[in-house]
Design a protein around this ligand. Structure first.
Ligand SMILES: Nc1ncnc2c1ncn2[C@@H]1O[C@H](COP(=O)(O)OP(=O)(O)OP(=O)(O)O)[C@@H](O)[C@H]1O
Ligand SMILES: [Mg+2]
Length: 372
């Protein structure tokens, strides 16, 4: 076997180990590779050795910056924090102009921290992301981590608060103390979990204590880190909590421009040559969250692949599944557009949307008259 073959085999073996989630084996194998390539590819061997020295492991995900272990729950020994170095995102976030501008402000301030410091200012260090489910709050925390090259530590409050409320205050304090000691983005996800539990009167004392812990921690959050809290019920939060955040980012539901961008993104290759359909899809999926749009399109794509049908048929399935939930005016809009865009005949549009052919014809005529 010549050298190049060995390299191929090694890369395949490395990928296999990595994908089976056995970091110990991956480390062993990289160590072996560093030895094997010492003479033939010295640069690679050196790089591998450096990586081994610096690389995070499950036990010490941030070893490079901090030697203290990640806090665990005393009884369950489960790690309270998820730590990740974000290098890839499943999708690039599609953002409204306002949200993009706010997130870019965070990036810009972090990247020019020196100039801010010279002027006696610190960058924004706490931000509250609010908005309905599935509009990109968690995704954007990942995006910021990737853009800034900072590790992302996530504390899912709904998980931490699960059963042992009595310890939650301590757990949260441990986690925040740990996060303060490293340069990172800390995401307090599902912050409303704290607020929701307030219904249960037996727990009020504990919750008050927890809110107090959070308030103190937010107040003395260091400039080196960025604290992001995400919630879809900002109204449930104690005003004292949300007033403390320096930057409030409200994630809206996608408008038609963003819905269109998302549809094109999620259709991927299946969207090629489907321009006339895309407008119809926008009408059907407008008002849905990004994650709903993603779910609808991916499920139709999966079905299309398995059934071996054309892209156009796939898109018509999405229309069929969603048009029935639209108000009558919306259904008429979809049927009209299908005919106007020459996607199908009046009869087919009627079959798909349930709108009478007469109504479709009138609506098409009216639009035509409006255009001339
Ligand atoms: N703005 C967006 N652009 C592109 N894709 C998005 C966007 N928002 C959500 N998605 C898709 O939906 C998925 C879920 O989004 P995310 O977890 O960020 O929602 P969330 O706002 O945090 O919701 P929740 O309040 O339920 O936690 C993402 O992984 C992504 O695939
Ligand atoms: Mg989320």
């Amino acid at each position: 076997m010549d050298d190049s073959n060995t390299e191929y085999t090694d890369v395949a073996q490395l990928a296999r180990l990595a994908l089976s989630g056995r970091p110990q084996d991956v480390q062993l194998f990289i160590r072996r590779m560093a030895r094997r390539y010492k003479d033939s590819v010295p640069g690679l061997a050196e790089d591998l050795k450096t990586l081994l020295r610096e690389s995070p492991t499950r036990q010490s995900p941030l070893r490079k910056d901090n030697s203290s272990p990640v806090p665990v729950d005393i009884d369950s020994r489960l790690q309270l924090l998820r730590c990740e170095q974000v290098t890839e995102l499943e999708v690039e976030p599609i953002l409204s102009d306002r949200v993009r501008q706010q997130l870019e402000q965070i990036l810009n301030e972090r990247r020019n921290q020196g100039r801010l410091n010279d002027a006696g200012l610190a960058p924004t260090k706490t931000s509250l992301f609010t908005g309905p489910p599935g509009v990109g709050k968690t995704l954007c925390a990942h995006w910021l981590a990737r853009e800034l090259g900072l590790p992302l530590l996530t504390l899912d409050l709904s998980a931490v608060m699960s059963s042992f409320l009595g310890r939650t205050g301590n757990n949260v304090r441990n986690v925040l103390d740990y996060a303060k000691s490293v340069e990172c983005i800390l995401l307090l996800d599902e912050l409303d979990a704290v607020a929701k539990r307030r219904d249960d009167s037996t727990e009020i004392g504990e919750l008050k204590r927890l809110v107090t812990v959070l308030l103190q921690e937010i107040d003395d959050w260091p400039n080196t880190g960025l604290l992001i809290a995400a919630t879809n019920h900002a109204d449930l939060l104690d005003p004292a909590v949300w007033r403390r955040f320096e930057l409030l980012v409200e994630f809206p539901m996608p408008g038609s421009k963003e819905a269109r961008a998302a549809i094109i993104e999620f259709l991927g290759e299946a969207g090629a040559n489907s321009d006339s359909w895309i407008e119809v899809l926008v009408l059907c999926l407008e008002g849905r969250s990004f994650s709903d749009i993603q779910r609808a399109i991916l499920s139709a794509r999966r079905n299309a692949v398995l059934a071996g049908v054309e892209n156009a048929d796939m898109v018509s399935t999405v229309v069929r599944d969603h048009v029935e939930h639209l108000p009558r005016q919306g259904r008429i809009g979809v049927a009209t557009r299908l005919v106007e865009n020459n996607v199908m005949s009046q009869r087919q549009a009627h079959d798909l949307t349930g709108v009478s052919r007469d109504t479709i014809r009138k609506s098409v005529q009216k639009n035509g008259a409006g255009k001339t």
